[in-house]
Every structure is written in C-alpha cells, then in structure tokens.
Design a protein around this ligand. Sequence first.
Ligand code: ATP
Length: 307
Amino acid sequence: MATPSDAVHVRAPGKINVFLEVGDVQDDGYHEVATAYQAVSIYEELWASPADGITVEVSGPTGLDEVPTDDRNLAVRAARLLARATGVQAGVHLEIRKAVPVAGGMGGGSADAAAALVACDALWETGLSTAELLRLAARLGADVPFALLGGTAVGTGRGDELSSALARGRFDWVLVTSDEGMSTPVVYRELDVHRERHLADIGPVPRRPAVDPGVLHALRQGDAGMLAASLRNDLQAPALHLRPDLAGVLETGERAGALAGIVSGSGPTLAFLAADEAAALDLRVSLTGAGLHAMHVHGPVPGARII
Ligand code: ATP
C-alpha cells in the first residue's frame, strides 16, 4: 500500500487488561466492568488523506476477511461521527495498516477508531480538545477512549470512564496470538451462562466491580513480580471454555519462564508477563520454538499520536 505524502499519519497502540472484573449486565446491555488497561508497543498505523466521501482500505498480516471496509468499519464510524459533531462537509480516505490481531482481545478496532479521530481532527482542522475527543470516543466503543489516552489507566462503567493510573518503569510482555479470532459478545455471554450454572460455587456477581488495590500498587512500583501475582481477568474462564486449547498454551508459557500468563481481554491472545526485557526475549524464543506465534512488546506506551 502506498502511503500518500500529504496524509496525516497516526499510530495507536493495542492494549492488555491487566485486571478485568465483570459485574452485572446494565440496562443498555453492557456489563459493568472495572479494569486496569496498559497500552503496549503493538501499533495500528493509519493515514488520512483528503477525498470525496469517507472510505477505508485495510492491510495487515492476518484476519483481514473479518474487517469490514464499509460503514461498519470503526475508523469510518469515527470519521463520520467527528464530521457530524463538528459540521464538517469534507471527506477522507483512511488507509489502515493493522498489526494488532483482529478480534484478538487487544482492542485493534478501537485503536483504529481512536487513530481516525485524531487524524481527521488534524486533517479537517476541527481542533477538538482531548476532553471532546474522549467524549466522541466513548460513543464509538468502550475501549476507544483508552486507545486515545494510552499509558496505564483504570476504566469503570463500560470501561470508558477513565482515570490515569501511575505506573513506573516498563513491563515486558510476550504475546501469543491465534489465527482464529473470538467474538467479544460471545465471550461475555459464555460468562453469564457460566455464572448462572455455577452460582452455588462461585457466589453472586460482584455488585460494584472495583480494581484490586494490589494491581495499582504493583503498577506504581513498576514491580513485575507483584503485578504477575495480581493479574486477573473474569473473561478468562469463559474464553478458555470456548477455546480449551489455550489452557495448554498458558501452561507452556509459565513453564517456559513467564511470571504469569493471562487471556488478553476477551481473547484469544494470551499475554505473558516477563521479569524483564532479557527474560521476555528468552521466553519469546522458547514459545516460538514450541511452534507458537509469539512477539515481545512492552508497556506502557502513549495513546493515538500523530507521527
Ligand atoms: P474488543 O475491542 O471488542 O475487545 P477485539 O480487540 O477482540 O475487540 P477487534 O479487532 O477490535 O477485536 O475487532 C472486533 C470486530 O470488530 C471484528 O471482528 C470486526 O468485525 C469489527 N471491526 C470493525 N472495524 C474494525 C477495524 N477497523 N479493525 C478490526 N475490526 C473491526
């Protein structure tokens, strides 16, 4: 794909939920969550150039069949929403180069939407404030505000009510991706079914989900060992139920030296936390040697930014 020189170029990161507690379903159909996000160094690249109408073209390594290139594309929806909100008549052509696994639980579509907001705001000179962009982002999806903000943050409500969290140093992760994506709503439904079935053993759904202070402490300390001990994802059990093969991969990673492994968001990407950069490099080699598709990333990194 050629990259036009008069285009605005934006980069937006994928995310890992280092903590995700899921509460009850709300009246709007969304579950209430409390999550701690970390943006990691796997990036969607987006170029926005002047055009008639709003169009998109997507390239990337895998999963492109599942990415719509019509008005359902989240980046197109973002551009349309910004145009509507600001009264802009101009068009845009968006070129997206995906690196975040499609339907992988790492918020790739949300990153594309955040990148489109930032790029079109610059291209159309609409000059929105961060607060205004965050408000539009929340209308596009629960994870879109975080893709704008990046870094490390706590999300409540649907995950879109953000407050930044202090994080010191860097955390090294090895991601293991899957060829087949997973649908987020299907994983949430599986969680509801699982909770209904096991009500007697696991107790009622938490009334008000909240991020464990231990996670925030570990992030503040920049302590990978401490963070490994407090990783939690309520979507992990239903994701493993739908994809039992992932349980074996989690064990492989932990045997190969990861401090801990966790399903990222609604899966199927797995995120293994390593003690440091050298340990992550070793882990990546071991997992690749075991025939898995593994990559080393680090966090936290900034949100959607013009390059
Ligand atoms: P979630 O943010 O819901 O956890 P995810 O990270 O698992 O999602 P995404 O890659 O963001 O997965 O996409 C989920 C679905 O959204 C895809 O299957 C696709 O149909 C749709 N979609 C719409 N626009 C995009 C886009 N720009 N990139 C990827 N998927 C998109």
